[in-house]
Design a protein around this ligand. Structure first.
Ligand code: BJW
Ligand code: ZN
Length: 254
């Protein structure tokens, strides 16, 4: 641990990649956790694929609107804030997230590479014109009910969630920037992700091959354990604030 703290203080470029576990303490369910994960209660294949939207747009749109309401009501947690603080202390920090909420931004991170898109930027499924959604939170969340997607104002086509579904390409610029950052960093954090979904799951391995120290923050084991130099078992909202405090407290003192 003292060795990791020294590595952090000396790092030229830190990369932090987050997954659903980073937002869990804000009350947003993860995908794969056995009892609370979104897919313990819903069938992924019927919701997070282009085929699902084509087959039943009302089911899929209603589910994503429910999740968007949940994200709007949620607040950033201590883990999000610790990452923002780390960005302020570190020489350079690149934040990569698989999350489709905006809690990193609301915690004060100026920019995040959103590999899997955003709940807040839907677009037309036919012509890709962005669609503005009302920013206010309705009194009654849709609660997972079926809901007709709005019609595109340019072509009338059904508007779709601005997220990346299985079988779809990740946004090219964000993925390219994430790959370049992974290949260039001294420390790579994998926080709150099961490290199962590609190509995001490849990034810590890119970093390791390039010589970076790989640190995983997760309460449970994942497929990344064997490749990580440090496995910090615990919740992001507990582990990260402690780490930032221990690495940088007094570092600014004369
Ligand atoms: C805590 C905590 C706390 C709890 N603190 N931690 C190579 C090999 C094999 C397969 C593929 C491959 N390349 C591509 C594929 C196919 C596919 C894929 O990876 N499949 C695998 C599942 C096998 N990938 C794709 O299709 C991707 N596209 C692509 O590759 O395009 C090229 C291509 C095109 C055409 C044909 C072929 C290739 C796209 C992937 C898109 C993923 N989309 C989703 C849904 C987004 C929309 C939505 O939100 O609904 O993204 S799936 C879902 O999983 C979501 C997440 O971002 C993603 C990752 O999940 P995450 O974040 O890791 O969450 P969990 O729940 O899995 O884990 C949470 C973790 O947190 C757990 O470990 C907990 O312990 C921990 N935790 N509390 C810290 N408090
Ligand atoms: Zn359109």
């Amino acid at each position: 641990m003292p060795e990791l703290l020294a590595t952090l203080r000396a790092a030229r470029h830190i990369v932090v990649m987050t997954g659903a576990g980073a937002s869990a303490e804000s009350g947003i369910p993860t995908f794969r956790d056995a009892l609370t994960g979104l897919w313990a209660n819903f069938d992924a294949a019927s919701l997070a694929t282009p085929d699902a939207f084509a087959r039943d747009p009302e089911l899929v749109w209603g589910w994503y609107e429910w999740r968007r309401m949940m994200a709007l009501r949620a607040q950033p947690n201590a883990g999000h804030r610790a990452i923002a603080e780390m960005a302020a202390k570190a020489g350079r920090l690149t934040l990569i997230t698989q999350n489709v909420d905006d809690l990193h931004e609301r915690a004060g991170c100026a920019s995040a590479l959103h590999l899997h898109g955003s709940l807040h930027h839907p677009r037309c499924s036919a012509c890709a014109t962005p669609h503005a959604l009302p920013p206010d939170i309705p009194d009654e969340p849709p609660g997972g009910r079926r809901l007709a997607p709005p019609a595109c104002r340019a072509c009338g086509g059904p508007v779709r969630p601005g997220v990346v579904w299985f079988g779809e390409y990740l946004p090219h610029a964000a993925l390219a920037a994430a790959q370049a950052a992974a290949a260039d960093c001294d420390v790579f954090f994998s926080v709150g992700t099961s490290a199962l979904v590609y190509p995001a799951a490849e990034l810590p391995h890119v970093a390791r091959r390039a010589g970076a120290v790989v640190v995983q923050v997760n309460p449970g084991p994942t497929d990344l354990d064997a490749a990580a130099h440090h496995n910090l078992r615990g919740r992001a909202g507990e582990v990260l604030p402690r780490l930032v405090r221990e690495a940088w407290s007094g570092a600014d003192a004369p």
